[in-house]
Design a protein around this ligand. Structure first.
Ligand SMILES: Nc1ncnc2c1ncn2[C@@H]1O[C@H](COP(=O)(O)OP(=O)(O)OP(=O)(O)O)[C@@H](O)[C@H]1O
Length: 244
């Protein structure tokens, strides 16, 4: 039966760069209301897999398609492009101030402008960016840039969000700020795919795991890092929120 849950589905995919076989996967479903930890060693293909699911690249074999989204305009050649928001570990920022970066994408959204403006104010506080609002985004530190990119995603509240090594440049304080935003998005139903070759504060929010290993993507891989009741209560205690 068809549902309205937004999802991106990859079937029988294989990814190669010339003669190098990176990975294959039978079936991957990335959907709302699920938070997945994408695991695997350096160079196994985590970023490449995210770029396939974002529609930036095509798999060598197999199909990737979306369900539960509004029908794409006829002129859009790849119907999954733009469905899932992808945040690179070195986030793409526009030339201009931090405030400009936070507000620029909002003009393309159909959501109520007053609500977006309120969410922007909340995001500024959540990411502790207020003292940086007039500063050029290009002059921010690596961790501040990631906080800005995640705050922007928090405002947009996408159906699907991919975070590529989100805490790679972050100290513990920044990780806690970002964790709160990720927990908020989880509670709002955003499906997330969080890549990290190591466990970190954010991966404790994940309740599923995909592993890229031996050129195969295994789903619902039972991981030592996968959320348990204990980690859930630890996060709740840290943030004083429910992450159930
Ligand atoms: N456009 C490309 N052409 C050729 N090889 C590529 C291309 N993009 C990625 N690769 C190779 O594919 C492999 C996987 O890269 P990818 O960035 O997806 O790995 P990763 O798991 O995200 O790594 P890390 O954990 O270090 O970020 C690497 O060996 C990389 O050099």
């Amino acid at each position: 039966m068809a549902t309205n849950t937004a999802k991106i589905i990859a079937k029988n995919i294989e990814m190669r760069f010339e003669d190098k076989h990176l990975f294959s996967a039978d079936k991957l479903v990335f959907e709302q209301n699920k938070v997945i930890h994408l695991q695997g060693d350096n160079g196994c293909g985590k970023t490449t897999l995210m770029k396939l699911l974002a529609g930036f690249n095509q798999p060598t074999k197999g199909t990737i398609y979306a369900e539960g989204f509004a029908i794409a305009p006829w002129w859009r050649s790849n119907s999954i492009t733009g469905k899932a928001l992808y945040l690179h570990q070195h986030p793409y920022l526009f030339e201009g101030s931090v405030m400009y970066n936070l507000t620029y994408p909002l003009r393309f959204l159909t959501a109520d402008k007053e609500q977006l403006s309120q969410r922007t104010e909340q995001a500024i506080d959540k990411a502790q960016l207020r003292h940086l609002l007039t500063q050029a985004a290009s002059s921010l530190s690596g961790g501040e840039k990631q906080r800005l990119a995640i705050a922007r995603a928090w405002i947009i509240q996408p159906k699907l969000l991919m975070l590529d090594e989100p805490t790679s440049n972050m100290d513990k304080h920044s990780q806690h700020l970002v964790l709160q935003m990720i927990v908020d998005l989880k509670q709002q139903g955003t499906g997330m795919l969080i890549s990290s070759h190591q466990t970190c504060l954010l991966t404790q929010v994940c309740d599923h795991a995909w592993l890229v290993n031996n050129k195969t993507v295994t789903t619902d891989y039972v991981s030592e890092y996968t959320q348990t009741d204990d980690t859930s209560s630890q996060i709740s205690a840290t943030l004083n929120v429910s992450v159930g």
